[in-house]
Design a protein around this ligand. Structure first.
Ligand SMILES: Nc1ncnc2c1ncn2[C@@H]1O[C@H](COP(=O)(O)OP(=O)(O)OP(=O)(O)O)[C@@H](O)[C@H]1O
Length: 265
């Protein structure tokens, strides 16, 4: 279904609950505009993939959803983003937002501390001190991220001693430990080998009934495998947003078709 608000087309789907509503989002890095009137709804407990050629604004858009761009000097954002109907740019509680909206980056970015302390870091910052409770959160999070069996006997050793694929799953566990509703993933497997990639993809598929997941990927097969909806970005605009099978098998816009069939990118 397509509707219009203030003359701008809202890309949305019927019948489902929008967890995240984005309206008329413009973003500037200083003088340079990186996003143009982005309006779309992201459904709860679905996987939404953001695809498009390098530099088209996917990561920029992803970072607006937990206000990570606030950390960059000279960024100006106009428009509205609501999560659970709350305008995230009208609240000053960025910590609360980043608890609710977790993020997994392209490269594993664990702290130079033990596996346990990495996963317990967020809960401890939230004030949880009880050892039994922390043990439970760490175990559950590592299990959920499908890494428990590989690390359960070395929780007190440095997380940096793990392989890249294992580190990325500990990053996922660290995000889960905060009990987020939304998990943003910025090319989470681009630095991983095929087996680790498969494990992360399996995690996404298994967990999509628990979290709203938004993933930036350059890998078309990955988007097709894991996502329910796909948004195609080009030059800072959303060109097309639809069910993933529509985007990949019968896109409406020629530019989407050219991109997904590999004619450019
Ligand atoms: N911190 C920044 N300061 C200035 N310009 C930036 C900054 N980050 C990104 N840009 C510019 O904004 C545009 C969008 O970049 P962005 O990283 O969001 O694209 P992308 O689609 O995620 O690209 P890629 O697939 O290569 O990661 C690009 O022109 C980029 O050069």
């Amino acid at each position: 279904m397509k509707t219009t608000i203030n003359g701008s087309e809202i890309k949305q789907s019927t019948g489902e609950t929008a967890k995240i509503s984005v309206r008329n989002l413009d973003l500037f890095y200083g003088e340079k505009q990186a996003l143009y009137k982005v309006s779309l709804d992201i459904n709860e407990k679905e996987v939404t993939a953001l695809i498009g050629p390098s530099g088209c604004g996917k990561s920029t858009f992803l970072r607006t959803l937990n206000r990570m761009n606030d950390l960059i000097d000279g960024v100006k954002i106009t428009g509205d983003i609501e999560i659970d109907k709350e305008n995230i740019y009208r609240s000053n509680d960025v910590i609360k937002l980043r608890t609710k909206v977790g993020m997994v980056f392209q490269k594993p970015n664990l702290f130079p501390m033990s596996i346990f302390d990495n996963v317990a870091y967020g809960p401890r910052m939230q004030g949880i001190k009880n050892k039994k409770e922390l043990n439970q959160i760490v175990e559950e999070s590592l299990k959920s991220a499908a890494i428990w069996d590989e690390v359960k006997d070395r929780l007190k050793t440095s997380a940096l001693g793990l392989s890249g694929g294992q580190q990325q799953r500990v990053c996922i566990a660290r995000a889960i430990a905060m009990k987020p509703d939304v998990i943003l993933m910025d090319e989470p497997t681009s630095a991983l080998d095929p087996i680790s990639t498969l494990k992360v993809e399996e995690w996404i598929t298994k967990m999509k009934n628990e979290y709203t997941i938004v993933i930036v990927t350059h890998n078309m097969q990955q988007a097709a495998r894991v996502s329910d909806k796909t948004a195609f970005f080009l030059n800072g605009e959303v060109i097309e947003y639809d069910e993933t099978n529509v985007i990949f098998s019968m896109p409406k816009d020629q530019r989407t078709e050219d991109y997904v069939t590999g004619r450019f990118g």
